[in-house]
Design a binder for this molecule. Structure first.
Ligand code: NAP
Ligand code: GLV
Length: 322
C-alpha cells in the first residue's frame, strides 16, 4: 500500500508527478496562500511524510498530533520554522535543501548590496516620478563598492560564495563566525574579526547566519551604533536577527547610511511598517533563492529526501541538531 504524504503548497506538476508515482499525495492546492493552521493540524495526523515551506510553523502542537510521521522535508535551507528538538525526540527525520541555493542566494545578496549602495530603486522611482530636472553633480550620489570593506557575519556556504563576488570587486573582506575558520582565511583571502570590530570597520555588513532564539535581535541599537555612518546593512538571512525598530531609528537618524532587506520579522511585512517609509532601504519579498532553476532544484531535493527516508534509506540532506 502506498504511503501518504502531505504537501503544504501547490508545487510544479513535475515534482508532484514524481512523488505521486510512489506515494498517495495530498496537497494544499493554493500557490500564494499558506495552508491554514487548522487544516495542517488535521492533515498531520495520518500522514507518513510532510513536505513544507518556511511559512509553516511545525511546532510541538503540530508534531504532537502526528501519529505516524517519519519525515519532514523543508523546501529551504533554513529550518527555524521547525522544532527540530521535538521532532528528533519523536524519531522524525527532518531534511532541508542546502547547497543547491547557495550561489543564487549569494547573487541576490550582492544584488541587494549594489542596489542599496547605488540607490538603484530610489533612482528608478525618481525618474518615473518626473522629478528629474537635469543631470547634476551631486544627484543620487551613493557609496562605492569597488575597494570597500565587506563584513560577513556567518561564514557558511552562502557567506563563502559571497566572498567570491566581493573579490571580483576588489573588496577587503572581514568575517565573524561562531567558530573561527582559520583554514578559510588564507584560502579565501579574508580576515577574522570579533563582531564589534567587524561592525566598526565594515562599509557593508551582510548577515548570513541561521536564525535561532540565541541570535534574536543580534543586531540591535548597540550593534548599529558601532557601524560607520556610511555603512549599509544587508540581511538575507532571517528577519528576527535584526531589531527592526532599532534599525528604523538608526536609518532615520542617519546613524547608518542604508539597508538592503530580503527578510523581515513578520512576512509579508505589514504595509504600514515604518521601514517601508524610508528611501534609504531596499526591500525585497524574501526572494534570495528565487531563480527558476534553483527553486526547481530545491523542490527536487525535497522530494528526493522524502523518497529516500520513506524507502528506509538515509536522508540525502538531513538536518542535524547542533
Ligand atoms: P550554513 O552553511 O549553515 O552557514 C551558516 C554559518 O553561520 C555557519 O558558518 C555557522 O557557523 C554560522 N553561525 C551560526 N550561528 C552563528 C552565530 N550565532 N554567530 C555567527 N555565526 C554563526 O548556512 P547557509 O546555507 O550559508 O545559509 C545561511 C542562512 O541563510 C540560512 O540558515 C537561511 O536562514 C538563510 N537563507 C536565506 C535565503 C533567502 O531567501 N533570503 C536563502 C537561503 C538561505 P558554524 O560553522 O559555527 O556552524
Ligand atoms: C530561504 O529562506 C531558505 O532558508 O532557504
Amino acid at each position: 500500500m502506498k504511503r501518504t504524504i502531505y504537501i503544504t503548497r501547490k508545487l510544479p506538476e513535475e515534482i508532484v508527478g514524481k512523488l505521486s508515482r510512489q506515494f498517495h499525495v495530498k496537497m494544499w492546492s493554493e500557490e500564494n496562500v499558506p495552508v491554514p493552521r487548522d487544516v495542517l493540524l488535521k492533515e498531520i495526523e495520518e500522514i507518513d511524510g510532510l513536505i513544507c515551506l518556511i511559512t509553516e510553523k511545525i511546532d510541538e502542537e503540530v508534531l504532537s498530533k502526528a501519529k505516524q510521521l517519519k519525515v519532514i522535508s523543508n523546501i529551504a535551507v533554513g529550518y527555524n520554522n521547525i522544532d527540530i528538538g521535538y521532532a528528533t525526540e519523536k524519531g522524525i527525520v527532518v531534511t532541508n535543501t542546502p547547497g543547491v541555493l547557495t550561489e543564487t542566494t549569494a547573487d541576490l545578496t550582492f544584488a541587494l548590496l549594489m542596489a542599496a549602495a547605488r540607490r538603484v530603486v530610489e533612482g528608478s522611482d525618481f525618474l518615473r516620478s518626473g522629478e528629474w530636472g537635469a543631470w547634476s553633480l551631486m544627484q543620487m550620489t551613493g557609496q562605492d563598492i569597488f575597494g570597500a570593506t565587506l563584513g560577513i557575519i556567518g561564514l557558511g556556504r552562502i557567506g563563502e560564495a559571497l566572498v567570491k563576488r566581493a573579490k571580483g570587486f576588489d573588496m577587503n573582506v572581514l568575517y565573524y563566525n561562531r567558530t573561527r575558520k582559520q583554514e578559510k582565511e588564507e584560502m579565501l583571502g579574508i580576515h577574522y574579526r570579533e563582531m564589534k570590530d567587524l561592525l566598526e570597520e565594515a562599509d557593508f555588513v551582510c548577515l548570513l547566519l541561521p536564525y535561532s532564539p540565541e541570535v534574536h535581535h543580534l543586531i540591535g541599537k548597540e550593534e548599529l551604533s558601532h557601524m560607520k555612518r556610511n555603512a549599509i546593512l544587508i540581511n538575507t538571512a532571517r528577519g528576527g536577527i535584526v531589531d527592526e525598530e532599532a534599525l528604523y531609528d538608526s536609518l532615520k537618524n542617519a546613524e547608518i547610511w542604508g539597508a538592503g532587506l530580503d527578510v523581515f520579522e513578520q512576512e509579508p511585512i505589514p504595509m504600514d511598517h515604518p521601514l517601508l517609509s524610508l528611501p534609504n532601504v531596499v526591500t525585497l519579498p524574501h526572494i534570495g533563492s528565487a531563480s527558476l532553476k534553483t527553486r526547481m532544484q530545491m523542490a527536487h531535493l525535497a522530494a528526493d529526501n522524502m523518497m529516500s527516508v520513506l524507502a528506509g534509506e538515509e536522508a540525502l540532506t538531513p538536518v542535524i541538531k547542533p
